[in-house]
Write a protein that binds this ligand. Structure first.
Ligand code: 5GP
Length: 172
């Protein structure tokens, strides 16, 4: 049977998202930010984060496909949906749900750097930093987590559980 255990409650998440937004707003004070959310998992985080920012931002989304099973990130990554705006000369913040092996975010960072933004940073809601296959440090991290498979707050298990307000761990 599938049991969900709360890892981070809605209240803990709200508090952390406000803290992150304050830091980001301070870092980009006086500027304008292009927030690029990585679908689908980051859509809830993006929605909460941008509403806590005190600087203007525009929002776009990308979607990537990585081939492999649901729980094991694979090597082959490609765009399913690219951004719809020119990021040249702009301050860009990629917003990811989870940085795990680091392959997805490295792919995205490389692709966006080629388009000559003024700056490029990454905000990850969750960081599984001990599972990296490729070195990558996110500039802003919500929570550092272990190896457990998580769901909720936009993050799915076979497209289910995204609606959960808490971040939960699934235990069989
Ligand atoms: P990476 O390329 O860093 O290995 O993959 C990151 C992606 O793997 C995340 O955006 C997410 O889609 C998926 N992922 C990694 N860990 C988990 C997890 O615990 N739960 C879910 N649902 N997806 C995960």
């Amino acid at each position: 049977m599938k049991i969900r255990k709360v890892l981070y409650s809605k209240e803990e998440i709200d508090k952390r998202v406000r803290e992150l937004a304050d830091i980001i707003s301070r870092d980009y004070q006086g500027g304008e930010l292009i927030v690029i959310g990585v679908l689908k998992g980051a859509f809830v985080f993006v929605a909460d984060l941008i509403r806590c920012l005190s600087i203007p931002c525009v929002v776009d989304f990308v979607r990537v496909a990585s081939y492999g099973s649901a729980t094991v990130s694979s090597e082959k990554i490609e765009f399913k949906k690219d951004v719809e705006m020119d990021i040249k000369g702009k301050d860009v913040l990629i917003v990811e749900d989870i940085v795990d092996t680091g392959l997805t975010i490295s792919f995205l960072a490389e692709k966006f750097k080629e388009r000559s933004p003024n700056s490029l940073k990454v905000c990850a809601f969750l960081d599984k930093k001990h599972r990296r296959k490729i070195a990558f440090d996110a500039d802003y991290v919500g929570f550092t987590v272990g190896e457990e498979f998580v769901v909720g707050y936009g993050i799915d298990f076979n497209e289910m559980d995204r609606f959960l307000p808490d971040v939960c761990v699934i235990e069989e």
